[in-house]
Design a protein around this ligand. Structure first.
Ligand SMILES: NC(=O)c1ccc[n+]([C@@H]2O[C@H](COP(=O)([O-])OP(=O)(O)OC[C@H]3O[C@@H](n4cnc5c(N)ncnc54)[C@H](OP(=O)(O)O)[C@@H]3O)[C@@H](O)[C@H]2O)c1
Length: 324
């Protein structure tokens, strides 16, 4: 049964002919990314599925057989800068146009101690930001040369925190090396960074045809939050149907609506850089709960342009782009 609170992408956007258009979706094998990919292929697009696990991508893509468009799978582990560079090279070898880059993949570390990538980054931040930053910056010229191109990055309601504790970037310790680790705070901070990056890139890309969006997709009944211990897994399987019945959570298709709106509507580019949110009972600020396309984040740290510019400067250093 559909969640009555869902904001739906206008059906005219879901019937547009996308033949000849190319998109990249990260994390395309699961949940929101899978539904976004399937819809784009249905409408005739060519989608490059950037998957950490190629076999999982192949299995998921069986659902696209017989659809109007096409797809290919290229391996990409966002938590490994070398893998992102290899992905970009493989993409550029065969494509010179990119109409949409959907930085969709994300994860929460279900263990209460930090995990570090081989580049030395805390894994939540590395997956949400460092990997997507390197991919986006490396493909920016291709996007500009496409004429009109859209970059989406998935944030989360969690980035908003609560009125007494708003998440913010700790530039002196983005990787939790000198603070007591909190996995949900790490996720919240990574998602603040996502909102800020969309804002900064929109400003920098003004007039080039590239527009940007950060997104809270809703509370998706996807595979998100897996990978914890037995207790967490058991808790998730019991609570999922209850949240669904209470109209708190959404199917992955419902959660793909915001991404599809930002990718396909004529209205979205008028709000480049903005935060687009599906409804969410999880906002601690009641006025935000119905969501908005777009809406202002209640977290002032996610609206701070000085932090947004600093984040980009710092990310350039982290991913090695400052040398170019
Ligand atoms: N579910 C929610 O309620 C919710 C709420 C707010 C925001 N979000 C955000 O929405 C986005 C999509 O989440 P979802 O609900 O669709 O979750 P999901 O079903 O768990 O899908 C996440 C996808 O990200 C991929 N991924 C994780 N780490 C990766 C890495 N290092 N490199 C490449 N891909 C990686 C996963 O690949 P594997 O299959 O290989 O793990 C999977 O394809 C995420 O950014 C999430 O933070 C979700």
């Amino acid at each position: 049964m559909a969640n009555k609170n869902v904001i739906w992408c206008d059906s005219t956007n879901l019937t547009k002919d996308l033949t000849g258009k190319t998109y990249i979706v990260t994390g395309a094998n699961s949940g929101v990314g899978f539904e976004t990919t399937q819809q784009l292929v249905k409408q005739g697009a060519h989608v490059v599925m950037a998957c950490r696990r190629v076999e999982a991508g192949k299995e998921a893509a069986q659902a696209f057989n017989g659809l109007k468009g096409s797809y290919e799978i290229i391996a990409c582990d966002l938590a490994d800068l070398q893998s992102v560079r290899a992905f970009v090279s493989a993409f550029q070898a065969n494509h010179n146009k990119l109409h949409g880059l959907v930085c969709n993949a994300g994860m929460v570390n279900m263990h209460n101690e930090p995990r570090y990538t081989k580049d030395g980054f805390e894994i939540t931040m590395a997956t949400s930001i460092d990997g997507h930053f390197l991919m986006t910056e490396s493909l920016l010229e291709t996007m500009k040369n496409t004429g009109e191109s859209r970059m989406l990055i998935l944030s989360s309601v969690v980035h908003a925190g609560n009125p007494k504790n708003r998440y913010q970037l700790h530039f002196d310790d983005l990787d939790w090396k000198n603070r007591k680790y909190n996995n949900f705070a790490a996720y919240g901070e990574a998602k603040v960074a996502s909102v800020l990056y969309a804002k900064e890139l929109s400003e920098r890309a003004k007039g080039t045809g590239v527009t940007t969006y950060s997104i809270h997709p809703g509370w998706a009944r996807s595979n998100f939050g897996g990978g914890g211990n037995g207790i967490t897994k058991a808790l998730m399987s019991v609570t999922k149907p209850i949240f669904s019945l209470l109209n708190f959570s959404d199917s992955s298709w419902e959660s793909a609506q915001t991404s599809l709106h930002c990718l396909l509507s004529d209205e979205a580019p008028k709000h480049s850089g903005a935060y687009f949110s599906q409804h969410s009972v999880l906002y601690r600020d009641k006025q935000c709960r119905k969501g908005g396309w777009p809406m202002e984040s209640p977290n002032p740290h996610a609206n701070n342009m000085a932090d947004a510019r600093k984040l980009v400067e710092v990310c350039r250093q982290r991913v090695g782009l400052h040398r170019f």
